[in-house]
Design a binder for this molecule. Structure first.
Ligand code: BGC
Length: 849
């Protein structure tokens, strides 16, 4: 988007109009001013399809949205490693947004998958920032090619759902930069997203949406970002502080409480009006051009073409994890890999997920799909011989012997079993973290029982999160489809029949067990602070450095053909301050099928230096080859290839020394390497690095407090449960209010009996969030009254109640009740009156200007 000055419009605006523009108007829209020619701007989720609720919008997907294409979730899109495809999807999303009058799509989500337990991992690309950054950049470019804005989220260090709106990510600057900010940096510099959404959490004590270091020092000053910053929905803490950091919009709208605080702050000179003007300028730079783009777009999109694109993406994202040789299913001959299945193979389709597919995650990203394919129909429509369908298990994870028995009987009639298992909707969702990595027992038991039929078995795994796979020994072929979107099932059948040769590669490591993950006992944090003691050792950075074997490494995925790598050449370019390189090699398809290979380039430090992961992904390329064809491939490594962040020089540096460039097909399968020498930037050696032994060896499961403090460069901030606006509902037991204890008990009961995004949202919500999500009803004054209650206001009310009781011989309960509710009622009434007055003033000003 091109920045244009709108000084002429801003000059005509009153302070009230400017402040109200920055505070949102409806759940997803900003305030329009007809007389100033400022239309409403409409945001909409995102990321893998449009969740646009035309009427009665609400947060978190409670109501239906307009039909839209449900593309594969980020987990599956990431497994394609295909930036061109991500651009196409971005473009299609832009077209759908435009057709529904949406200016900005709330996506992509590029947070790092710090632990496989994060319930929202399905919405994020990868554990690796380079891969997430490149894919996110392509997605943004695609969306914005249509004139619609993209909103990259959630900026930053937002890797757990537990207490997500109050959690405080404590991490050192180097880890922050190298792991948690790099994807955003790549996207901001390469794709210039129209919007950046700040995350709910705090980073080193400051909320992301008012974090000067993040928003001013890094995003604006270092990266040169000139677009809009928007709070996550209900995630604004103090809008005045946010505006000072050039955070543009507080969302959602509703009520004028935040507008009033901003006006007040300007009048009290707590914030300069020029800061408000700058934010208004940023806002207009988004609203006006996207509105102009909307006017040029048709109000329809090609549903069929988008479904076909969703199918192509799902197929490209399928990862073949296992494909063992079996005796021929029909006729005689040599043993061959079970997949692809020949036409006419008799297939028994089994698994509850085959009938009712698991194709997307729950929460704010939930799309009302235009159509949904399922495995039964897809097999029936293929050249395979469909012998029948049985669900085999209950989705509720309870054992059902009758269903299992029927599945076994069906299997007996087939040449091969096609079994669809995975995570249920309740097992992973926005707002909650998982507690285990295992497949439900009833599904694992069915796999074992089916294996006893000795029929070859293909397992299709549908889940947004990683699973442990001890049961994979019982099947001959294993396909991971992630959450494949509305056409996922048809894509699976294309792969099992060989119409598509699988080329997907995991964008996340699959551990053997939870106890072997770097954050095994520390995720999610059980207090407000989430200490990132593992530093950069997340995913393969941990497994490779600490030499921990995994079930399937990052970057892994099989094909129906084979590839060979040869003739590696590396040319380093140190013309600029930070070195770059060109990596060239020959890639040959040595098998009999046409197929695509995703070649990956990892950079490692060869000689001794500061601590760093064993190797890191710095480039990749997807190459399609005919059987026996060879192509010379060149991958350009950019200035991120050899850099590290030095907190002392506060700059990116590169160490002088020998580096090894690996070319391979996963973080653990490397075929070629070459050593190169780098001059480096000659920064002084990082002080204290030698004291960080656990980090030199990647032994980060148990980092002591003292060692973490050396990494942080300062003591860990003190943490005590604070009774303030940010007290979470789940922590109300720390307060002194029996009524709030009761409220907590109800919320806790709700998450236990009905664990979903919304019950968890309330349980993890800080008190402040009530005002931020229901501003037309609840103000911060109301929240403050609740905080007083948590501090013991209610208990203190016993004194007047006793006095009245003694004096009148009655009314104890009534006085005590009024003592508690009166301040709340007063705040509700005050807010309603002030909102009405404010709306009248704004309406009058809009007429006048
Ligand atoms: C989510 C965002 C989403 C927003 C609006 C929040 O709860 O964290 O990703 O865009 O809601 O629905």
């Amino acid at each position: 988007m091109v920045d244009v000055s709108h000084a002429d419009i801003i000059q005509k605006m009153t302070l009230e109009q400017k402040c109200a523009l920055l505070c949102g108007y409806t759940t997803f829209g900003t305030r329009p001013y007809a007389s100033l020619g400022i239309p409403e701007l409409e945001f909409s989720d995102g990321p893998h399809g449009l969740r646009h609720q035309a009427d009665h919008a609400n947060h978190l997907g409670i109501g239906e949205s307009l039909p839209a294409t449900c593309f594969p979730c980020a987990v599956t899109l990431a497994d394609t490693w295909d930036t061109d495809l991500l651009k196409e999807i971005g473009k299609a999303l832009g077209e759908e947004a435009a057709s529904q009058g949406v200016n900005v799509i709330l996506g992509p989500g590029v947070n790092i998958k710090r632990s496989p337990l994060c319930g929202r991992n399905f919405e994020y690309f990868s554990e690796d920032p380079y891969l997430a950054g490149r894919l996110g950049s392509a997605y943004v470019q695609g969306v914005q090619s249509t004139g619609i804005g993209a909103c990259v989220k959630h900026f930053a260090a937002n890797s757990q759902e537990t207490r997500r709106q109050a959690s405080d990510s404590i991490l050192d600057e180097r880890t922050l930069r190298e792991l948690y900010l790099t994807a955003f940096e790549i996207i901001v510099k390469e794709a210039h997203p129209a919007c950046v959404m700040t995350s709910y959490n705090r980073i080193n004590g400051e909320y992301a949406n008012e974090n000067k270091h993040l928003l001013k020092d890094i995003l604006r000053d270092e990266w040169g970002y000139t677009g809009v910053v928007v709070s996550d929905w209900g995630g604004s803490n103090d809008h005045v502080k946010a505006v000072k950091c050039r955070s543009t919009f507080e969302m959602p709208g509703g009520g004028l409480d935040s507008t009033r605080s901003l006006i007040h702050a300007v009048k009290q000179r707590k914030v300069d009006e020029s800061d408000v003007d700058q934010c208004v300028e940023d806002a207009l730079n988004l609203i006006l051009p996207t509105d102009a783009a909307l006017k040029q777009h048709p109000h329809t999109f090609d549903k069929k073409a988008h479904h076909a694109l969703a199918q192509r993406a799902a197929a490209a994202g399928i990862v073949l994890l296992k494909n063992e040789k079996v005796a021929p299913l029909t006729g005689k001959g040599a043993a061959h890999p079970l997949l692809p299945l020949a036409a006419g193979t008799k297939v028994a389709v089994i698994g509850d997920l085959a009938g009712t597919p698991r194709y997307q995650g729950s929460g704010s990203s939930r799309v009302n799909a235009t159509q949904v394919d399922n495995l039964i129909d897809a097999v029936k429509g293929s050249a395979l011989d469909f012998v029948g369908y049985e669900p085999g298990f209950d989705r509720t994870d309870t054992r059902n012997d009758e269903k299992a028995q029927k599945a076994l009987q069906l299997a007996a009639k087939a040449d091969a079993i096609l079994l669809n298992v995975g995570l249920s909707e309740a097992a992973e969702a926005e707002g909650l973290d998982r507690t285990a990595l295992d497949l439900a027992d009833n599904q694992a038991q069915l796999i074992e029982a089916l294996a006893k039929t000795r029929k070859p078995m293909i397992i299709v795994l549908s889940s947004g999160g990683v699973l442990t796979t001890p049961w994979s020994a019982f099947c001959q072929s294993l396909l991971y489809e992630g959450l494949g979107g509305q056409a996922g099932a048809s894509a699976v059948v294309q792969v099992i029949t060989g119409e598509v040769n699988p080329s997907g590669k995991l964008a996340e490591s699959w551990p053997n067990q939870l106890s072997e993950t770097p954050l095994a006992d520390r995720f999610p944090s059980d207090t407000v602070q989430a200490q990132y003691r593992e530093g950069p050792y997340v995913g393969y950075r941990y497994y490779e450095t600490a030499h921990v074997a995994v079930a399937y490494p990052f970057g892994f995925g099989l094909s129906y053909t084979t590839f060979a790598y040869s003739r590696l050449r590396v040319q380093v370019d140190e013309a600029q301050r930070l070195p770059k390189a060109n990596v060239s090699f020959d890639l040959t398809n040595t098998g009999t099928y046409r197929g695509a290979e995703i070649a990956q380039i990892y950079v490692a430090r060869e000689d001794a230096g500061i601590f760093r992961p064993e190797r890191e992904l710095k480039g990749f390329v997807k190459v399609a080859l005919d059987p026996q064809e060879t192509k010379r491939v060149t991958v350009k490594l950019n200035e991120t290839a050899f850099r590290y962040f030095d907190a002392e020089t506060n700059a990116w540096e590169s160490e002088s020394g020998v580096y090894r460039i690996y070319v391979g097909t996963s973080s653990a399968d490397l075929y070629l390497y070459k050593n190169v020498k780098i001059k480096g930037t000659a920064a002084p050696h990082i002080q204290g690095d030698e004291k960080l032994l656990p980090y030199h060896f990647g032994r980060v499961q148990q980092v002591s407090r003292a060692t973490f403090e050396v990494l942080l460069g300062h003591p860990i901030p003190k943490e005590s449960p604070v009774l303030d606006r940010n007290l979470c509902v789940r922590d109300l037991n720390h307060g002194k209010s029996p009524i709030l204890w009761l409220f907590r008990a109800i919320a806790q009961h709700a998450v236990k009996t009905n664990p979903n995004t919304n019950t968890f949202f309330v349980y993890n919500m800080p008190l402040r969030s009530m005002a931020k999500n229901a501003g037309n009803l609840i103000s911060m004054g109301f929240v403050d009254a609740l905080v007083r209650e948590a501090k013991g206001w209610g208990l203190a009310g016993v004194v007047p109640a006793v006095i009245v009781q003694v004096l009148t011989g009655n009314f104890f309960i009534l006085v005590w009740f009024l003592w508690f509710v009166a301040p709340l009622l007063i705040e509700l009434i005050k807010n309603a009156v002030l909102n009405a007055q404010g709306e009248r003033t704004l309406a009058a000003q809009d007429k006048r200007s």
